[in-house]
Write a protein that binds this ligand. Structure first.
Ligand SMILES: Nc1ncnc2c1ncn2[C@@H]1O[C@H](COP(=O)(O)OP(=O)(O)OP(=O)(O)O)[C@@H](O)[C@H]1O
Ligand SMILES: [Mg+2]
Length: 352
């Protein structure tokens, strides 16, 4: 039996993460939930990891959202803030936080190897997302952080991203590169070790030089990173962090939603709520004989809608059962995109 509503789940959470497949309405649902929570008097920040400007659109913001939260509106003592993750900037800020030596920070953030790993290497984006979430979670300006994840199965990879960073710091290559510097030897000592020579042949000597320079500049900061990674993991798995799966009633979306529910299960996390978006409204009436005779086209339309509404409700039943006893919320398909406050407000009302 369902004991809680989505709003009750959100109200006792300090972080809510919305995930699901492409185009189902993750960004829209995140914005609507943030708005609904703000109206209860909470100070909410909604953060998107998706580089597209969809969150700004859903919130009706005309300007750009940046890597720092922007206050959009306030009501009943609550506040609604929004921001868009910039992984590079987050990494740079993180490095700054661990070093009081501005020359060291400069050496790291201007390093080509750093620039490459912070923008492209698998896992860095996810790690920075987790890092930003942790930062916002500890920011006294906010009671709740709502996270809009990108449309990829990898969206939940940040669950183990902090662990991956620690494994990276423990990696043999990292140790090989850093060890000579620690022993007081010159950079060149690392460059001539057999393993580094082999890597240099594959990726190019300048990449290796950059990497060595990066790790040497990084020296002394790895312990701080390790401890931080542990705290980030604690936040992601805390009972006040809730994972909400968003889906439409279409088969592919439902299959993907099941994937996310299973993925969370492998981390021992229960899906806190399910949002079914873009649902065909069920008007609960089918055409009577008089309408059918007088307005056959209208009657046919109404019947088709009623059939679609009924079949959607059948298709979602297994997913509803899969998340039970967690709450399920239905958002109806609006006749237009959600790109202004009024439309978002309508959906926020349906969540409340
Ligand atoms: N209930 C709804 N009624 C009508 N249009 C909707 C509804 N929910 C979302 N939309 C529209 O559908 C489109 C996709 O929504 P949204 O961007 O929120 O999905 P998403 O899951 O975040 O997509 P992506 O996977 O690309 O990040 C947008 O144009 C949005 O305005
Ligand atoms: Mg989106």
């Amino acid at each position: 039996m369902t004991t809680e509503t989505l709003m009750q789940v959100a109200s006792r959470s300090s972080v809510v993460l919305c995930c699901g497949s492409g185009g189902v309405g993750k960004t829209t649902a995140s914005a609507a939930l943030a708005l609904a929570q703000m109206r209860t008097g909470r100070r909410v920040v909604v953060v998107t990891i998706d580089p597209a400007r969809r969150l700004a659109d859903a919130l009706g913001v005309t300007g750009e959202l940046g890597n720092q939260p922007t206050l959009l509106s306030s009501e009943n003592g609550g506040e609604l803030w929004a921001m868009m993750l910039d992984a590079n900037e987050t990494f740079a800020n993180l490095v700054q936080g661990y070093s009081s030596d501005s020359a060291q920070v400069e050496r790291i953030v201007t390093n080509r190897f750093f620039r490459n790993i912070s923008s492209s290497l698998g896992g860095t984006q996810e790690y920075m997302a987790a890092e930003k979430l942790f930062e916002l979670h500890n920011d006294p300006r906010f009671d709740l952080v709502v996270v809009d994840t990108p449309p990829t199965r990898k969206a939940l990879n940040f669950l183990d991203a902090p662990g991956r960073l620690v494994r990276f710091l423990d990696h043999r290559l990292y140790r090989v590169l850093l060890a000579p510097a620690r022993g007081g030897l010159r950079v060149v000592a690392a460059a001539v070790t057999p393993i580094v020579r082999t890597i240099a042949r594959v990726v190019g000597a300048s990449v290796v030089d950059d990497a060595i320079a990066f790790f040497q500049a990084f020296e002394g900061m790895d312990e701080g990173f390790r401890a931080r990674a542990q705290q980030v993991t604690q936040t992601l798995t805390s009972p006040t962090t809730s994972y909400v799966v968003v889906s439409s009633a279409q088969k592919e979306a439902l299959d993907e939603a099941q994937f996310f529910i299973n993925r969370l299960k492998t981390e021992n996390i229960a899906t806190a709520a399910l949002i079914i978006n873009r649902l065909t409204p069920d008007f609960g009436v089918s055409s009577d004989t008089q309408t059918t005779n007088n307005f056959p086209a209208l009657a046919e339309n109404a019947n088709r809608l009623a059939q679609r509404a009924a079949s959607e409700r059948l298709s979602i039943a297994p997913l509803v059962a899969a998340v039970s006893p967690s709450p399920v919320v239905y958002l109806s398909l609006l006749p237009h995109d959600v790109a202004d406050h009024q439309a978002l407000s309508l959906l926020a009302d349906q969540l409340s």
